[in-house]
Design a protein around this ligand. Structure first.
Ligand SMILES: Cc1cc2nc3c(=O)[nH]c(=O)nc-3n(C[C@H](O)[C@H](O)[C@H](O)COP(=O)(O)O)c2cc1C
Length: 339
């Protein structure tokens, strides 16, 4: 199985999950400082991609712009019709996406209501028309690999991830990520890693287990129970961009990340904050930054009044000062100041 991942340019199989509104370029750059086997962009809607809205294209950027140690970023496409999916795949290939991932796992009503995301698991014949279209377009555009992310099924009466896996493999998909919940479970309860085992048995594809992998112990249990080739981490990396590197160290013996504390943590948070402001512009950047600041603050045990001040700050200098106080260090000048 490592060979089939290596064919995709992937090494250590600890991957960052796609999370809309979270795994944007600034967060992926922050995770990349510590390392990851693969990072997946936020999903981009095929219809919006085709109409070429700049903000949608920005979501699909894979240029980390730093010494990323060769971390591959795949771009995730969501959609419900074959033709725009194929067209969007062509655009992504032209933009240089090394891997295109198809979203068949998102449970959100805005997405499933539009019959994309996990709703595609209700009709595998239709889902396969999308897969065929994307694989066809990606192959024609220079052989870009296509992967798939799904859930166990729509609900307990429709657990068809194994059937989807074998049909997707026959259609040319190169890797499958399975979130161990059904769509009807949304994010409730515990992910069922053992339920991923029949999916692994049904396909020769590398299968990656996803859902509730928050540390090395969970990653190890998820792999043992599912027999999967690797794990994908989503919410466990929020406020802890070093989490994947920590898991990789324990499971695969890669160097342990230097988990930042005090001044180093303040500097990391300040850099991430500045990157969000420069990527989104000041006003949107400050809003997007709030959730990340909240996660960093919760992880560091920042006291409530300071946490609140941090999340409602209106300027970058004020934010930098509060970050220094909250995380116990004095960050250096921002990139703009340093330039
Ligand atoms: C806020 C949020 C946004 C998400 N956006 C996407 C998405 O764009 N595409 C996708 O396939 N899954 C998306 N997911 C699902 C995650 O990729 C992952 O499957 C899920 O969170 C379970 O993994 P975890 O327990 O490690 O977080 C999202 C999840 C969250 C919490």
């Amino acid at each position: 199985m490592p060979e089939r991942l290596a064919e995709l340019g992937l090494g250590v199989p600890i991957f960052l999950a796609p999370m809309a509104g979270i795994t944007d370029l600034p967060f992926r750059r922050t995770v990349a400082r510590f390392g990851a086997g693969l990072m997946v962009s936020e999903m981009v809607a095929s219809a919006e991609m085709v109409t070429a809205r700049p903000s949608v294209r920005a979501r699909a950027r894979t240029d980390l712009g730093l010494a990323d140690g060769g971390i591959v970023t795949s771009v995730q496409l969501a959609g419900r019709e074959a033709q725009p999916m194929a067209e969007a795949a062509r655009i992504l290939a032209d933009m240089g996406a090394p891997i295109i991932d198809i979203n068949m796992g998102c449970p959100a009503k805005q997405v499933t209501g539009g019959a994309s995301g996990s709703a595609l698991m209700r009709n595998l014949d239709h889902a396969l028309t999308l897969i065929d279209a994307v694989v066809g377009a990606a192959t024609a555009a220079g052989g870009v690999a296509v992967t798939l992310k799904c859930r166990l099924g729509w609900d307990d009466a429709c657990l068809n991830a194994a059937e989807l896996a074998s049909r997707a493999e026959a259609a040319g998909v190169r890797m499958l990520v399975v979130h161990g919940r059904t769509r009807q479970q949304f994010y409730k309860g515990q992910a069922d890693w053992a339920a991923i085992a029949p999916v692994c048995a049904a396909t020769g594809l590398p299968v990656i287990a996803n859902g509730d992998v928050t540390d090395a112990g969970a990653a190890s249990a998820a792999r043992a129970r599912s027999g999967a080739a690797g794990v994908m981490v989503g919410r466990g990396a929020q406020g802890a961009p070093w989490r994947l590197a920590e898991i990789a160290h324990v499971l695969h013996g890669t160097p342990a990340p230097a988990v930042p504390k005090g001044a180093a943590l303040a500097e990391l948070v300040a850099d991430h904050h500045a990157d969000m402001l420069s990527f989104y512009g000041r006003d949107l950047g400050l809003r997007v930054a709030r959730k990340h600041l909240g996660w960093y603050a919760d992880a560091a045990g920042v006291e409530p009044a300071l946490r609140k001040a941090l999340l409602t700050t209106a300027t970058e200098p004020e934010a930098r000062a509060l970050i220094a106080t909250a995380f116990g260090g004095a960050p250096g000048p921002s990139r703009a100041e340093a330039a």
